[in-house]
Ligand binder design. Structure first.
Ligand SMILES: Cc1cc2nc3c(=O)[nH]c(=O)nc-3n(C[C@H](O)[C@H](O)[C@H](O)COP(=O)(O)OP(=O)(O)OC[C@H]3O[C@@H](n4cnc5c(N)ncnc54)[C@H](O)[C@@H]3O)c2cc1C
Length: 388
């Protein structure tokens, strides 16, 4: 069995599968991906049918990254002859004095020449009578928002990585990483692999992977959940008639048109309790579920119906909710990405950036907000703000 590779990717969730793909486009058979569980498992962050993708973001930097995300997904779709994104349009809406002000979203899109519409409540009701909004609500509509097809996109990245020559090993948990000269020895499933370049995309297990480099970050892992409802009015929630949406207040809720199941999907963002990847359960939290249904009874009642299922999932949250995409200090050839609970839309472009960092030593994307050296990541008990 081959044990010597140019690049090893630790973790094959959303970001790692993307990294394996983008590396394999250039390094082919010199790429090895290692995943501790089976591919497509449900213990991490990237399972389920759908994730929201949008250009609508609170800083111009994220809007620029989102533009490159769409471009990257398009390149994957062209390579794989299979789309990973479905555009439905997206509505971000809230009361005028909301906890997450829409102003920074609108300013950032204006700064980056992204077209959007600022809608009052009457216009929202006219376009989508499914939303029962009173007059103090306003919203912004961006036509390119939609669904990143999470499970499918991961499978496409993995298939294409293999087609480009990469080896992907599942049930191969990495238990140790040692630097030996200008190489890394990576121990997984009792096998000692060697590589010159290491990409870490370990999601909720990031601190365990970083411990190999003597590092620990103030990450909070939370157990989140999404619920699928068998609305009796499913036709009103077809992707051609109904957008992805985010309620930009605290608590923050979001949802999807019918996709992947014959059901609507509604969830609360960052509403979960802190856990670890080992202590988490797969049991839905009833209070979180009640919060979702109470909100929907008021603002989106016809989306509700008999519960199909509620599914749990983990967020790996940095205190400022910005990503980590950086080199490990002192290691020019080891990079890490952490998704901060909103990275799926960027999965492909983050994988592409990681490949650029290790293969070219540089990336055209601005990573300054995502450094490991930012002060808040050095605090033991940082103030956490997830409502951005
Ligand atoms: C309910 C929910 C809703 C979300 N909604 C959105 C959304 O609408 N839009 C959006 O953009 N994002 C969204 N996100 C966030 C997004 O899904 C995540 O940021 C993204 O999936 C993170 O991917 P990842 O690859 O970092 O983590 P993971 O998918 O968890 O992958 C990490 C992988 O590394 C493996 N691993 C870890 N350690 C080792 C080891 N030592 N050896 C081998 N393998 C290892 C793990 O088993 C795992 O497979 C949502 C997340 C959740 C949970």
């Amino acid at each position: 069995m081959r044990t010597n590779y140019d690049c090893i990717v630790l973790g094959l969730g959303g970001l790692g599968s993307a990294a394996a793909y983008w590396l394999s486009r250039r390094a082919g058979a010199d790429v090895l991906g290692l995943e501790q569980f089976e591919l497509g498992h449900i213990r991490g962050e990237s399972q389920d049918h759908s994730r929201i993708i949008r250009l609508s973001y609170h800083t111009p930097g994220y809007v620029r990254l989102a533009k490159r995300a769409y471009e990257s997904w398009d390149m994957v779709a062209a390579d794989g002859k299979e789309p990973c994104v479905l555009k439905t349009g997206g509505l971000d809406f809230a009361p005028r004095n909301s906890a997450i002000p829409l102003d920074s979203y609108m300013e950032s899109m204006r700064a980056e020449q992204v077209p959007f519409e600022h809608l009052d409540a009457a216009e929202i009701r006219k376009r989508w009578p499914q939303f029962r909004v009173s007059d103090e609500i306003h919203g912004l509509f961006q036509a390119d928002s939609g669904i990143a097809m999470a499970a499918r996109a991961n499978a496409v990245h993995q298939r294409l990585a293999r087609e480009h020559g990469a080896t992907l090993r599942d049930r191969a948990g990495v238990t140790a990483v040692h630097q030996t000269g200008n190489e890394y020895e990576v121990v997984a499933g009792g096998v000692h692999y060697r590589c010159r370049k290491l990409v870490i995309a370990a999601g909720p297990w990031s601190n365990r992977a970083l411990a190999n480099f003597g590092m620990e970050l103030p990450l909070e892992i939370t157990q989140e959940q999404v619920s699928y409802f068998q609305s009796p009015w499913l036709a009103d929630f077809a992707p051609a008639r109904f957008p992805v949406w985010i309620w930009m207040d605290d608590p923050c809720f979001y949802g999807f048109p019918v996709f992947g199941e014959q059901a609507t999907k509604i969830a609360q963002d960052a509403g979960g309790k802190p856990v670890t990847a080992e202590t988490r359960s797969f049991e839905p939290n009833p209070e979180n579920f009640d919060g979702v249904t109470r909100w929907a009874e008021r603002y989106l009642p016809t989306a509700l119906g008999p519960l199909l299922y509620t599914k749990t999932c983990l967020y790996t949250l940095t205190p400022d909710r910005d990503f980590v995409i950086d080199r490990i200090p002192g290691h020019d050839n080891a990079v890490i990405a952490i998704g901060a609970g909103h990275a799926f839309k960027f999965a492909s472009v983050i994988g592409r950036i990681l490949s650029e960092l290790v293969l070219d030593g540089a990336t055209p994307s601005d990573l300054s907000p995502f450094t490991l050296s930012r002060p808040i990541l050095r605090e033991l008990n940082p103030t956490r703000n997830y409502m951005v």
